[in-house]
Write a protein that binds this ligand. Structure first.
Ligand code: G3P
Ligand code: CA
Length: 268
């Protein structure tokens, strides 16, 4: 697959870039390698995932701050409530089944490390929208993420060609920008237009829940220049049907984050 132009490409005519949310998580268990493969099979270059940190400092991919919803942790470790990601070692997390809750055919699908995930994306020539999840629980995680991305070669090339780092935590996004100014960054949320210039000091994207959007709000964000001097972009989440995708695309968004890339593509 030939990678598309990066997120900062000026070609607005292409329509919104489609990002597979937690991988193609409508088709395979979220934030697993199977969800990356499902996105690839749907010809979706960009995938989103959530990174956190194990008790012994490994970067692992998990949406919730506990392991309960998407793994068998309560069965394997009944005495370890509340089953926080941060209380389990990487070796313990590696024993979990993160697939069976979604479907028997995904039994024993592991919780990936960031390293494993990057390797598969590299093999598939896919690109990454990486969310730093709950960074307030993991002091210093930004530097660790950037170190791993750098070691794996993900900080080379033109900014935004294959990597965006985002968070709901503005301090975390600012830290990423300060530590590694070439990285394209996104702030997850719906700030007032009056506050957008403050975010633009360290972010290139403002990525709101789609229900918060109007055409005026999208245009108001895009009127401001982001950390890299280009108009701020807007990536909307999480849109899972074609009709909504078409309606939100008409508001002028730059990206659509979805569990079902094929439905969004069809709707557009
Ligand atoms: O990328 C946007 C989206 O992932 C933010 O919400 O809860 O799915 O991480 P959440
Ligand atoms: Ca996310």
């Amino acid at each position: 697959k030939a990678p598309t132009a990066g997120v900062l490409a000026s070609d607005r005519d292409r329509g919104p870039l489609i990002v597979a949310h937690r991988g193609a998580s409508g088709h395979a268990p979220e934030n697993t390698l199977a969800a990356v493969e499902a996105a690839d099979e749907l010809d979706t270059e960009w995938v989103e995932t959530d990174v956190q940190r194990s008790a012994d400092g490994e970067l692992v991919l998990m949406h919730d701050t506990t392991l309960s919803r998407t793994t068998n942790v309560e069965e394997l470790f009944p005495d370890r409530a509340p089953w926080n990601v941060s209380d389990f070692t990487a070796a313990e997390i590696a024993t979990l089944d993160a697939g069976s809750w979604f479907g028997a055919e995904f039994a024993d699908e592991p919780v990936p490390t960031l390293g494993d995930y990057l390797d598969l994306l590299g093999e598939n020539r896919q690109s990454l929208l990486l969310e730093i999840k709950a960074p307030e629980l993991y002091p210093g995680i930004e530097a660790e993420i950037l170190d791993e991305l750098g070691d794996e070669g993900w900080l080379r090339g033109r900014p935004g060609d294959r990597l965006v780092v985002q968070s709901f935590n503005a301090d975390s996004v600012r830290t990423v920008h300060e530590l590694s100014p070439r990285v394209i960054t996104g702030f997850l949320g719906t700030p007032s237009l009056a506050d957008v210039p403050d975010y633009a000091e360290f972010a290139d994207q403002i990525n709101p829940r789609y229900g918060d959007l109007t055409a005026e709000y999208v245009a108001g964000i895009q009127d401001v220049r982001g950390a890299h001097g280009r108009p701020l972009q807007v990536y909307a989440w999480t849109i899972n049907d074609g009709a909504t995708a078409a309606r939100i695309a008409a508001l002028g968004v730059d990206g659509i984050i979805t569990n079902f890339p094929e439905r969004v593509r069809e709707g557009l």
